[in-house]
Write a protein that binds this ligand. Structure first.
Ligand SMILES: Nc1ncnc2c1ncn2[C@@H]1O[C@H](COP(=O)(O)OP(=O)(O)OP(=O)(O)O)[C@@H](O)[C@H]1O
Length: 344
């Protein structure tokens, strides 16, 4: 894999080791311009670390990153004004309102004139549904509102690339829908989006491409549609009359075969309702019909099950005290990248 002019983000052999813990290992990513890439993985799989390395907030132990064609981190000053990002721990001031916080971020945007700031702040708050709470202190915001404000900071000016780390964390279903809507708008406007999530359904609903992370490694990557359709979609029909079911389906030119747990029907060329209609029409009793998992669902279920086993032995993680505290200068930088730089 080599970087091309059509890549918005490109990483090769990315690795990060924190005091002996390998957080990310040998990650290759190639995000085409205009794509919405879902970085999918369970907690601790390395999504945040990967995103921080892409943005130059964390120095890789090995590997290279290019963002919008520029080497990172050396090209950061040049390229980051064109990149909006929401990463964990936005450095907002707790005693300032949402609007005042955004104004502070906006003054550091190199492409925003001071005359344009009030309008940009208003639009960004409106876009994330925070206009009603614009004058309330950040300290009193719910987690979801804090997330929205971070997103607003990323959207203060038009961005070629927007990188969002678990943007729906802490949001209710309506809030999550709003975020999906914002992502769809960004895509329509021609931006490239990288969004991390631990939920397959969320990635399915928003993304054109997906990279699945598991224990710091990319275990699958490609266009979402291809990965979802890897392996034939099948329907498992539970019936006491398997022989007659197969016979009647074949009479309707629907490929089916007897399996130990029922009748397995190939859905490649036929719709599920047509299968059920054929069976009912033939007088076959159907107790249950279940669509079997596609390639990506199967893979992600395995990855998630492993992680759940591992999590059972884990001590809950500590949230550092300075997570949401004011950061003068370093927290919200003048490039739409909200987050604290950290080192191992
Ligand atoms: N600053 C750090 N110091 C030490 N270990 C870290 C640090 N940051 C991350 N790790 C470890 O690296 C691994 C990957 O973490 P990372 O936060 O990148 O995963 P994630 O997929 O974003 O998970 P989550 O959804 O829980 O944030 C984890 O084992 C984590 O404990």
């Amino acid at each position: 894999m080599t970087s091309t002019m059509t890549s918005a983000a490109y990483a090769k052999g990315l690795r990060k080791v924190y005091r002996g813990t390998v957080a990310v290992d040998n990650v290759d990513l190639d995000v085409p311009r205009g794509a919405v890439l879902g970085l999918l993985g369970p907690n601790g799989s390395g999504k945040t670390t990967t995103i921080r390395m892409l943005l130059g907030l964390v120095t890789p132990s090995a590997g290279t990153v290019e963002l919008l064609g520029a080497d990172m981190p050396s090209g950061a000053a040049r390229v980051l004004p064109r990149v909006g990002a929401l990463v964990e721990g936005p450095g907002f001031h707790p005693f300032l309102s949402g609007k005042e916080n955004l104004r502070r971020v906006a003054t550091a945007e190199p492409t925003l004139s001071s005359a344009a700031i009030p309008g940009a702040v208003r639009d960004a708050l409106d876009r994330v549904g925070l206009s009603g709470a614009a004058n309330r202190k950040f300290r009193g915001y719910s987690l979801g509102m804090k997330q929205r404000l971070g997103l607003a900071a990323a959207l203060l000016v038009e961005r070629e690339l927007v990188i969002l780390d678990e943007p729906t964390n802490g949001l209710d279903p309506a809030g999550a829908r709003e975020i999906r809507r914002v992502i769809a708008q960004l895509r329509e406007a021609g931006s490239t989006v990288i969004v991390s999530s631990h939920l397959l359904a969320e990635v399915e609903a928003t993304c054109t491409h997906v990279a699945v992370l598991h224990q710091g490694n990319v275990v699958a990557q490609g266009e979402l549609a291809d990965l979802l359709e890897a392996g034939n979609p099948t329907l498992l029909v539970s019936t006491p009359d398997a022989d007659r079911a197969v016979e009647s389906l074949r009479d309707n030119r629907i490929p089916a075969r007897i399996a130990p747990d029922g009748v397995r029907v190939d859905l490649t060329a036929v719709r599920q309702p047509d299968v059920l209609r054929a069976l009912v029409h033939a007088g076959v009793d159907v107790y249950e019909a279940r669509r079997e998992r596609t390639g990506l669902e199967e893979l992600f279920a395995k990855v998630t099950e492993n992680e759940l086993d591992a999590a059972a032995d884990e001590v809950p993680a500590q949230v550092p005290d300075d997570w949401l505290s004011p950061v003068s200068g370093s927290g919200v930088s003048g490039n739409g990248v909200a987050g604290n730089r950290e080192e191992s």
